[in-house]
Design a protein around this ligand. Sequence first.
Ligand code: CAA
Length: 711
Amino acid sequence: MAELSTVGDVGVVRVKYPPVNALGFPVRKGIWDCIQRASRNSSIRCIVLCGDGRTFPAGADISEFGTNKAGMGPSLVDVIHAIEATDKPVVAAIHGTALGGGLELALGCHYRIIRKDGRVGFPEVTLGILPGGTGTQRLPRVTGIADALEIITSGKPLSARAALAKGIVDQVVEGDIVKQGIAFAKSVAGKPVAPRRISQMKVNAPANVRQIFDEMRAKLIKSSRGAIAPLTCLQSVEAAVTSPTYAQGLRKESELMMMLMTSGQARAQQYAFFAERAVTKWEVPSRGVGFKTAKPLAIKSAAVIGAGTMGAGIAMSLLSAGIPTFMIERNDEFLQRGVDTVKSFLGYYVVKGRMGAPQAKKLQALLKPTLSYGDLKDVDIVIEAVFENMKIKQEVFGKLDAVCKPSAILASNTSGLDIDQMASATKRPENVIGMHFFAPAHIMRLVENIYGKKTSAVAMATVMDLTKKMGKVGVLVGNCSGFVGNRMLGAYATEASFLLEEGCLPHEVDQALRDFGLPMGMFQMSDLSGLDIGYKGRTERGLIDTDGSKPARYRNGQRYSPLADMLVEKGRLGQKTGKGFYNYGKPGGRMPQRDPEVEQLILDFSEKHGIKRRQIYAEEIIERCLYPLINEGFRILQEEIARTMEEIDITWLYGYGWPRHTGGPMFYAKQVGLQRVYERILHYQKQFPYSTHWYPADLLQKMASQPAHKL
Ligand code: CAA
């Protein structure tokens, strides 16, 4: 999987293992053999190491992890040391992405050049591991401690220019990378390699080195939400400073890597890596269509209906993909507000250095604000982001159907309404589809794409392709109330509220959920979204006690908690009114504070209804909140709303910030053990027979009785 050729007195070792030249066993062996042969060949004076096709090796072969092949020699560390030991200069010629083991391989070479559009980095932390192929020992020797810590613990890749500035590469080049590599190699042929061996370099520890580690440790404890890899990465870099020799530091790196590799977290994060790729290979078996056969339409122009925060975020996402986008509103004032919101997003990107001012100007010019539906006659896709009300949505779809060209796709950014009902307001139900963005839409990466009964394969392929072009992760699912994400959320929110009645206060439930790794607890999240949204939905379903005739704790034969309704009726709608389950100080405030008024309301409620409050521990909070959600996930699979567990897990990882180190709710359930999850659900079902979310899904029951699934 690697080939040695010669150009004059330069040996060129070319890795050939598409698609990304991952450093699996055959590649390691191939490079090793080529380096040995090049070293022995007296007509070769210097060596270029490069990748064939689209990239320099993009890292270790993740699919090998946990298999016998991972242990098959030579190891990556052996290969790196063999390269470094060569007394002929070896030049890594990088194009594409030199990530993880790929960058470690490059750091084993004596010189590194990179093409202008190339990137380098250590993404291992996102896979639950550390750069265990000498990376945590080599990078600090090259960049210094602070930069190495930042690069390794963040996992974020660096541009070619940034890599040059940090001393990771020696030169940034343009044009053919192999030709450039050969030219560079000739310029260093004959020079002594000893001073270029990174393993022989000293780690320059500045006087405040302790402080650098302490500050980073404190930052990681806050941000890692229970993931162990970030802090272990730090420990490994620390070993580069504290170990007397490179070899001793390396032993520590290897020990820590072994500990991470065998942790459940690494397995979960590696599962998430492949899950993200698996969901792009969508299929709807019941219709016999899928990504392999359906061809997407080219989207050359788009429109967004509604210029609120959501509409502006969607418009921003389309603009980022370089798509000219109309934004439509009812009046000038609302429209101007939308234009200003997009401007502020672009301004923020420029300030943060994520985009140059000329690029921002170019994107702003692609935005076409209008008050007229007539302007949409030639667009290829329209995404409506109007009020979440079926009647209003149907009116919008009717209008769009009348003005848009027949091939135009009409998409709804609904968070749970029936796509078929919207489609029925048009004469083109095959072109109607859901595109559920998550707020803030220009930042959150998930788009839940929902096909209706008549949605065509072309429409499905088009929105999945468009989602990717916007830099987002698309999951294609079937149509049902709440779709995948919000349907599962429903069961979770309901049970969280019951915990308040029985003994918890909002901050206790939220703390347990944050400790589990979720970015915020259920009540913080409800306050952020607005308590009036759920209230409106419950009103439409006839659940609200408008005339005092409904029982407080049971509605429609189900256990019911009216606590959120009581808050809404007091004008506490969440962050936007400054008060909800928490007090935020002022409307729009963001810092939740416990509110004695809410806590008293909860205590009074329990007392009034004779509920004996008790201490509820974190373990029960987690089970009661998350197991109904997981159970609903199994129902969703059973009904084929989602085709795979990966689709559900990716929805939660990217739409709701589910902790990646647990893989997603379905993977988490498998790690806990489906038999155990099933038994706990039965246990709660006995206690709470008036909650259908405690009735185990048939599929869960079936899978729980099978031998444990391989994770
Ligand atoms: N191992 C195994 N397979 C890999 C892989 C890897 N490191 N990187 C990518 N692939 C596979 C993908 O699963 C995908 O396969 P399918 O087509 O079958 O789905 C295929 O290669 C193409 O990948 P993408 O769809 O992601 O292609 P892209 O062009 O969008 O992105 C990329 C390319 C930036 C390299 C991206 O694939 C990526 O980020 N890969 C992972 C890089 C990484 O994490 N490297 C570190 C590995 S861990 C390590 O190296 C540890 C160590 O030190 C010992």
